[in-house]
Design a protein around this ligand. Structure first.
Ligand code: CO
Length: 139
């Protein structure tokens, strides 16, 4: 499996507007992209930093995983996402190694990317996301 970039760090927030404003005020970064991702029940904002993004996530559906995360844990680091060239090959590699997958097959995430989540119990208590970016959507 080839992981070639830290694509983004996902952070769960209660109020997307105030989180975006705070990132701008404190760190001087502005969102490049905003999108409601129905498959995850969130609205996300992507703030570019170097070759990666901070992904701020606000639930738009009270039953979404991010909504449940906020209820249990409050705001904070939700997942880290690694870019891969071939997500099908990456999932096959992880499955062969006995990894605990949340998504057995990829689904569509923000910017039309193909994504899949790996359970935090699999490695270092961290929810991992694999991202195969769409080649015609660079950011
Ligand atoms: Co993500």
């Amino acid at each position: 499996m080839l992981v070639y970039n830290l694509d983004h760090v996902g952070i769960a927030v209660r109020d997307l507007e105030s989180a975006i404003a705070a990132y701008g005020d404190k760190y001087g970064v502005e969102p490049l992209h905003r999108e409601v991702v129905e498959s995850q029940g969130v609205e996300e904002a992507l703030l570019p930093i170097g070759g990666s993004f901070v992904q701020l996530l606000q639930p738009v559906d009270s039953n979404s995983p991010v909504a449940r995360f906020l209820e249990k844990r409050g705001e904070g680091l939700h997942h880290v996402a690694y870019a891969v060239l071939d997500i099908d090959a990456a999932l096959a590699h992880l499955r062969a190694g006995g990894a605990k997958l949340i998504d057995e097959t990829p689904r569509v995430g923000g910017r039309g990317a193909r994504i899949a989540f790996v359970h935090p119990a699999d490695l270092a208590g961290t929810l991992m996301e694999l991202v195969e970016p769409r080649l015609d959507q660079d950011g």
